[in-house]
Design a binder for this molecule. Structure first.
Ligand SMILES: [Zn+2]
Length: 361
């Protein structure tokens, strides 16, 4: 049976799977990343895990995997296959695509950014299934996003599109590691909520899950911490949806596990802020912590499909690069009934054009 290898390398754990053509996870395993042993040891562990999965596939299905997809954290140059930097894994400029391909005897390898790869899976086979334009936002230790267009993720000109966690929402807010102040992830990540709740309740070990419980129990201090995070998140998300106009907004990561405790006030906060923008469907992620691994499988299958199309698309990353202005017009016609032409024409700063229901005429 033809299959691919999917690897999701995280700060503490690695997930690996053999993935069938329909996206089914045929075999799954997990390992500790072992980052305390240093970057070289992490790279060696990734390569060993790939070799192990290749042997598993060969034993189970009679032939080795046809390709491998790998999702890694930090800054990733997917086009060149380089893990550029990860503070978590303490690695820099690791040519991981070539290293993996060499260890697997020339097997084609695709490398992707962890959140963008997870977003690819959520958009194509998870919560956004069927959505042609979506935004995936993961609320974890940090905040990152993935911009989905027609079943692919927009990488940006320099490979860093979707970094919504470093959009400034409180200019005088707390300092961020990136050098700015008041970045969204300093105010609305699971880590930020944990910090704010620990300070509010006076227990250093208090965390975001504890804050959610206290909110549900009616603790006013917790409710204030929670609402401040929701408001910051809504400010960041409204900026993103103003720019991108996604049809579906998928929220994942640890904080999204709070369910309606997060989604009900978040939808309300977004609706309070929009004027002319269309509010997308705001839904929780569906794939949980296997999104990165499933996305890595999709990267591998996409790479194979691109190669098999041969000369038509010689560059495996070409399907994520569009000629500016071409695709939106191609897609305008089917969307036209839902979004009347000219509906966004009045500038948002012109309040006279805003009707009572919050939309422009
Ligand atoms: Zn920042």
């Amino acid at each position: 049976m033809e299959h691919v290898i999917a690897l999701d390398v995280g700060g503490t754990g690695m997930k690996a799977a053999l993935v069938g053509p329909d996206g089914a996870l045929l075999y799954e395993t997990r390992r500790a990343t072992g980052r305390e042993r240093g970057a070289d040891a992490v790279v060696a562990a990734v390569l060993d895990l790939a070799v192990e999965l290749r042997a598993q596939g060969e034993a189970r299905f009679g032939a080795p995997a046809a390709a491998l997809g790998a999702a890694v954290p930090g800054i990733v140059d997917a086009e060149r296959g380089i893990a550029v930097y990860s503070a978590n894994l303490n690695w820099a400029h690791v040519p991981l695509r070539d290293l993996l391909s060499e260890r697997l005897g020339g097997t084609p390898v695709a490398l992707g950014h962890d959140v963008r790869t997870g977003g690819l899976a959520e958009g194509r086979i998870g919560a956004g299934r069927g959505a042609d334009r979506f935004l995936f936002v993961a609320l974890g230790t940090g905040i990152a996003g993935a911009i989905g267009i027609d079943g692919t993720i927009e990488p940006g000109a320099h490979g860093s599109a979707g970094e919504i966690g470093h959009v400034v929402v409180r200019p005088d807010g707390p300092a961020c590691d990136c050098g700015q102040r008041g970045c969204l992830e300093r105010l609305a990540s699971a880590a930020a909520v944990s910090r704010a709740w620990a300070a509010a309740c006076g227990e250093p070990d208090a965390d975001a899950a504890g804050c959610a419980k206290a909110v549900a129990a009616g603790d006013p201090r917790a409710s204030e911490v929670w609402q401040q995070a929701v408001d910051a998140l809504a400010d960041g998300l409204v900026g993103a949806l103003t720019l991108l106009d996604p049809g579906t907004l998928i929220i994942g990561g640890g904080l999204a596990e709070a369910g309606d405790l997060l989604f009900a006030p978040l939808r309300a906060a977004v609706e309070r802020r929009v004027t002319f923008q269309s509010v997308p469907e705001i839904v929780p992620a569906a794939l949980g912590d296997t999104a990165g691994c499933q996305g890595a499988g999709l990267l591998a299958w996409d790479l194979l499909a691109a190669r098999r199309q041969g000369a038509a698309r010689p560059d495996p990353t070409a399907d994520t690069i569009r000629a500016p202005g071409v695709a939106p017009h191609d897609r305008a016609a089917p969307d036209a009934p839902a979004v009347p032409r000219g509906s966004a024409a009045p500038a948002p700063h012109d309040p006279t054009e805003v009707t009572a229901d919050g939309r422009t005429k």
